[in-house]
Design a protein around this ligand. Structure first.
Ligand code: ASP
Length: 318
């Protein structure tokens, strides 16, 4: 019995983006269904003995394809009405991560990030060169923005003061209410390896060329199989400046428990940048999870062998 309880249990936690989520009930229901499906799919892979990294990629693919979330097919639009996506992932056993930024070609940017990790020594590949890499590998092509995203884009252009991109704290105040829908996952496999990843269309009306935290190892995602892994969401500029995912893991490496490490980072982040700027999911090496945010909501799902949790809200810090 004692042996069984000390073995790492396979587990996965996924999120569908921190934000206000003040949408219609059907959109919220679809978001919850997407995170539930992604966690379930990831857990199946883990229970079959699959790698944490495979579970992360496959779970994120489900979320990218869901249409309801701001990643892959459902990505939001830049100020000039186009899709530019970021994604990245890290293998906590090898201690290696990679990301792609500003890509437009692949339907599933997380798959391209995995290719960068496996086929190159680079940690970040961006723009048209990254798109060419995706094409050369024969990855599936993105079909273009959803009609409902184009409609929302037109509406935003009509109603917004576009000067707000000047200062990141102004962005937090204005966009903090609207961000949401980025996706991410952290998984622990039977061998005790942890992997983490993230994927996003970024923030609405971003300038072309803007890259957020979801492409950047240590900011939007980080994994270290000695202690745990993190996948973040929120206002990317603040997450990069605070190097959120890596710092949570560092706190755990220095001896703090999972919950304490997460609380300290979210509280500090909220003091520095204000509410409505951050959320993340995290797993430790025993398969315990935390879902935490300073936004109103963050749909997430956690699944291990004997437990499933699906909710619009985790631990909310105000
Ligand atoms: N973190 C993402 C970005 O800034 C957005 C989000 O999480 O909603 O690109």
């Amino acid at each position: 019995m004692a042996l069984v309880s000390t073995l790492p249990r396979p587990a996965i936690v996924v999120h569908g983006g921190a934000g206000r989520w003040a949408t219609d009930p059907d959109t919220r229901r679809r978001a919850l269904e997407a995170v539930r499906k992604a966690a379930h799919h990831g857990l199946e892979i883990l229970l079959r003995g699959g790698l944490a990294l495979d579970a992360v990629v496959e779970a994120i693919k489900v979320l990218e394809d869901s249409e309801v979330l701001n990643a892959g097919i459902g990505s939001v639009l830049t100020i000039d009405g186009r899709i530019e996506m970021d994604a990245g992932l890290m293998d906590g056993c090898r201690g290696r991560g990679a990301g792609v930024g500003c890509v437009t070609y692949p339907k599933n940017p997380i798959v391209l990030a995995r290719e960068v990790l496996e086929r190159t020594d680079h940690v970040l590949l961006v723009g048209t060169a990254a798109d060419r890499f995706a094409q050369s590998l024969g990855l599936e092509e993105h079909p273009g923005p959803l009609p409902q995203r184009i409609e929302k884009y037109r509406e935003l252009l009509r109603s917004r003061n576009l000067g707000y991109w000047k200062k990141v704290l102004d962005v937090a105040k204005v966009m903090g209410l609207d961000i949401g829908g980025t996706v991410g996952a952290v998984a622990l496999d039977l061998e005790g390896c942890i992997a983490a990843g993230a994927s996003t269309g970024g923030v609405w009306l971003k300038l072309p060329g803007r890259i957020g935290d979801s492409a950047i190892v240590g900011a939007g995602f980080y994994a270290d199989s000695r202690v745990g892994g993190v996948s973040a969401t929120g206002l990317g500029e603040t997450i990069v400046m605070n190097f959120v995912a890596r710092r949570v893991v560092e706190k755990m490496l220095s001896g703090l428990g999972l919950l304490q490490a997460c609380l300290e980072i979210v509280k500090e982040h909220t003091q520095r940048f204000g509410r409505g700027t951050l959320g993340f999911v995290a797993l430790d090496v025993r398969g315990n999870y935390v879902a935490i945010h300073n936004t109103e909501c963050m749909p997430f799902a956690y699944a291990c062998r004997d437990k499933v949790v699906v909710s619009m809200e985790g631990l909310r810090i105000v």
